[in-house]
Design a binder for this molecule. Structure first.
Ligand code: ASP
Length: 304
């Protein structure tokens, strides 16, 4: 009954409009992340180990906006945010504004397991990661030519320009293990041309990431500012617990609420009983699911 669902960001991907090479690379990356999570879950491993393993693969893949290949902030630096949460006891860890830690999701897990805190930011978080043995790299290690081009293109439009084309690409993973425990992980470089110091929804517990064995594990992607205001990931769980909404209904309603506030994006979730669902208000979302009887990778809106 184990299951893993992942996303690689929601956005304006449409058949014929998305570069074929880009689509292929993204599908392959999602497939690799599924395999990494499956290796954990199919051998009796925990949901939290699986979401970390899947997220690590996507962070290392320059095709996605997390870890290497993150979008660039207005000042040309990469600043990574990440969070991880376990549904069993609602333990959580998160990091924000990391510039040198190679594996932001593992830093988030260290915060959860090896500190008394939930959220750590910037230099303090990097120092903590280093003390805990996590590899540090120069900020330029995260930067790709394509992300530099995207920033330059946006900046050329003027100082107020801000990722209007919605090339999100944040990554997330949610899983349920054979013991019925759920976990969620989200990792991102945020939005192109964000002001340095801006923190999105991804590392905020209850906004971009949430896991509760009484309801679901949830990971979000989209316009973070609105997901924060909607307390999106927690609202999915709250709807399930207080209103008896089903998983799909809860996702759809939260995204409808976000749309009414001017935000777009997507959500993925799994429940402790093994149900998995996704929803998005953008034309496409990089997403994939694997379980004992399911294996699916999808990009465009109508791919089931
Ligand atoms: N939600 C992320 C943020 O606002 C962006 C994304 O999903 O791509 O930082």
């Amino acid at each position: 009954m184990w299951k893993l669902m992942i996303h690689g960001g929601a956005g304006s991907m449409r058949p014929g409009k998305l570069d074929e090479g880009q689509e292929k690379v993204a599908r392959a990356g999602l497939g690799d992340a599924l395999e990494a999570g499956k290796a954990v879950l199919s051998t009796g491993g925990s949901a939290v180990d699986a979401v970390e393993a899947a997220a690590r693969v996507l962070e290392e893949d320059p095709a996605f906006n997390a870890g290497k290949g993150s979008v660039l902030a207005h000042d040309g630096h990469v600043e990574c945010d990440a969070a991880i949460m376990e549904g069993r006891d609602r333990r959580a860890g998160a990091v924000a504004g990391l510039r040198t830690t190679r594996a932001p999701i593992t830093a988030a897990r260290k915060v959860m397991e090896d500190s008394p805190h939930v959220l750590m930011g910037r230099g303090g978080a990097e120092e903590f990661a280093l003390e805990n043995g996590l590899e540090q790299v120069p900020n330029t290690w995260f930067v790709t030519a394509e992300r530099r081009r995207q920033l330059d293109e946006l900046l050329a439009k003027g100082s107020e320009a801000f990722d209007a084309e919605i090339k999100y690409g944040t990554i997330g993973a949610v899983a349920v293990d054979n013991d019925g425990h759920v976990a969620a992980a989200t990792s991102t470089g945020g939005l192109t041309a964000k002001r340095w110091g801006r923190i999105g929804d991804s590392p905020l517990i209850g906004a971009g990431t949430y896991a509760d064995d009484r309801a679901a594990a949830v990971s979000a992607t989209g316009l973070g500012e609105v997901f924060i205001r909607a307390a999106a990931a927690h609202d999915v769980c709250a709807r399930m617990r207080y209103c008896s909404d089903g998983l799909q209904t809860a996702l759809d309603k939260v995204l409808a609420d976000i749309k009414s506030m001017g935000g777009t994006g997507g959500l993925i979730a799994v429940s402790p009983s093994g149900e998995a669902a996704w929803s998005h208000t953008t034309p496409g979302m990089y997403r994939a699911v694997i379980g004992e009887n399911v294996h699916k990778v999808a990009v465009f809106g109508d791919e089931g």
